[in-house]
Design a protein around this ligand. Structure first.
Ligand code: C2E
Ligand code: MG
Ligand code: MG
Length: 455
């Protein structure tokens, strides 16, 4: 336990009368953090925003610990707290270039540091984080950080927004197993504004019916008949231009409003299935994408069922595409979600398989109906001999999928060469431009009519 923490906790033992409280007690209560004994955000705030106290120019740094949740879960709170103390000790020992620093909350820390060029500060921060990558709680464990920096000119210009900007730059760090240091730029700011505008407009866009569902057919490999389709959203933004998902889905995910959009898409799919049933058309299952961001949402099952059941659609006609987790955090959520959705009689497929954190262990622990092999694997076999590593890997993924009892689907098939090889290796379903791009619903309906001789 750090010295400050000791003082803090022991000073308060048994205090119950106001007259017993010393100035030091008050200072500790107000400005020190109970876990590490180091300064808290309120302390830092006085230097950051009180003009009279700070005369120096400074760069502002904000960082957190990657996957700290996992450290807590694996080692327990006491050992995880030792990691927080290690960081605070390092901050304390960096007085030659850190003017003020604090633990803001949870695993978040901030520093006001000596103004330096981007290059010099980056080197300094890299060295700093290197010293706190290994902790004594377990020498095998590597601790990585996600750090955002605002350089001195922007810190002056943005004044009371500086912490927001540093946090914003920090959030740009999305990789695993490495420390990332991102410097705030004007471009980031513009993107933040743009994303925020989209998010603020979302409700109006929904009530203006600006979101459209395109369907991309899925084909059974041997018969080359359509056996279903994937719903892919497009935004007819202000009824002026058509935006692809990449232009808005990351923003909706960042601001945690993706659920609203996913529910709109699900409702549109259900309504369309109802229309086809009323028209007497054969209906094949339609898959909708479920954002990974929604996995931890406890109401997710009810939200989904309320739409599907309200429209009155058989659950067997809906499939959910889940993306395998990008971190160890959500493997358990994913596992239970797959089990629950399948128990509710929905189909489940694992989207973009092979790109995430846990691909292989996923096959062992989870039971989706279908594995959708990511387009990058399907691309990798182009112009490669069959005994190349790329081809062997894809062939083995297909055969493993089959042995474990799942369907295999190849995403993004574009060339005949891919079709022939994948078919030969036993892939079950194709989806890709070679057969059809995502098309508006009336076009999909025509494809089905043509297939069923109902034109
Ligand atoms: P995804 O679910 O992996 O969907 C496949 C993407 O690959 C689609 O891009 C599709 O148009 C594209 N694609 C399919 N075949 C080919 C091909 O042969 N060649 C090439 N180059 N591309 C192909 P799209 O429609 O732009 O969607 C991108 C991603 O956006 C989707 O990836 C999905 O993750 C996300 N998305 C789309 N609609 C929704 C939605 O309603 N909700 C959520 N949460 N995510 C969605
Ligand atoms: Mg998908
Ligand atoms: Mg995919």
């Amino acid at each position: 336990m750090s010295e400050e923490l000791f003082i803090l906790q022991h000073n308060f033992d048994g205090i119950c009368r106001l007259e017993d409280v010393t100035k030091e007690d008050l200072f500790n209560l107000a400005y020190r953090d109970g876990i590490t004994g180091y300064y808290n955000w309120a302390y830092m705030w006085r230097f950051l925003y009180s003009k009279s106290r700070i005369k120096e120019e400074f760069c502002f740094v904000h960082f957190d610990i990657k996957d700290f949740k996992m450290v807590n879960e694996l080692y327990g709170h006491d050992l995880a707290n030792q990691v927080l103390c290690m960081v605070c000790d390092a901050l304390k020992n960096a007085e030659d270039w850190v003017f003020h620093s604090c633990r803001c909350d949870n695993d978040n820390f901030a520093m006001m540091v000596k103004p330096e060029s981007e290059e010099k500060l980056r080197t300094r921060l890299e060295q700093f984080f290197d010293t706190i990558t290994v902790s004594n709680i377990d020498p095998q464990l590597r601790i990585y950080y996600r750090c955002g920096v605002v350089l001195v000119d922007d810190a002056k210009k943005w004044d009371d927004r500086v912490a927001d900007l540093a946090k914003f730059a920090q959030r740009m760090g999305k990789r695993y197993n490495c420390t990332e240091i991102n410097f705030y730029t004007q471009g980031m700011y513009e993107k933040m504004l743009h994303d925020k505008q989209l998010v603020v407009y979302l409700d109006r866009a929904i009530s203006n019916d600006e979101f459209m569902v395109y369907l991309q057919p899925k084909y059974e490999v041997n018969s080359e008949r359509i056996i279903g389709a994937e719903a892919l959203v497009r935004w007819n933004y202000m009824h002026e231009k058509l935006l692809p998902p990449i232009a808005f889905i990351p923003a909706f995910e960042n601001y945690d409003v993706i659920g609203k959009l996913d529910q709109v898409v699900l409702r549109k799919v259900c309504n369309q299935i109802k229309i086809w049933q009323e028209k007497g058309l054969p209906v094949y299952p339609i898959s909708v994408n479920l954002s990974r961001k929604r996995m931890e949402n406890k109401q997710l099952r009810e939200q989904i069922c309320s739409v599907v059941d309200e429209v009155g659609i058989d659950h067997r006609l809906i499939e959910f595409e889940l993306t395998e987790s990008a971190s160890s955090d959500d493997v358990e959520f994913l596992r239970s979600l797959i089990t629950e959705l399948r128990a509710l009689d929905f189909y489940v497929s694992m989207d973009d398989f092979g790109t995430g954190y846990s691909s292989l262990s996923l096959l062992n622990n989870m039971s989706p109906d279908t594995i959708k092999m990511d387009k990058s694997f399907v691309d990798s076999i182009i112009d490669k001999p069959e005994d190349s590593k790329e081809c062997m890997l894809v062939r083995d993924i297909i055969s493993m999928t089959k042995h474990l009892g799942f369907q295999s689907l190849a995403e993004g098939v574009e060339y005949k060469e891919q079709v022939d090889l994948l078919r030969k290796w036993g892939c079950n379903v194709f989806q890709g431009y070679y057969f059809s791009k995502p098309v508006p619903i009336p076009e999909y309906e025509q494809l089905i009519r043509a297939q069923e001789n109902m034109l």
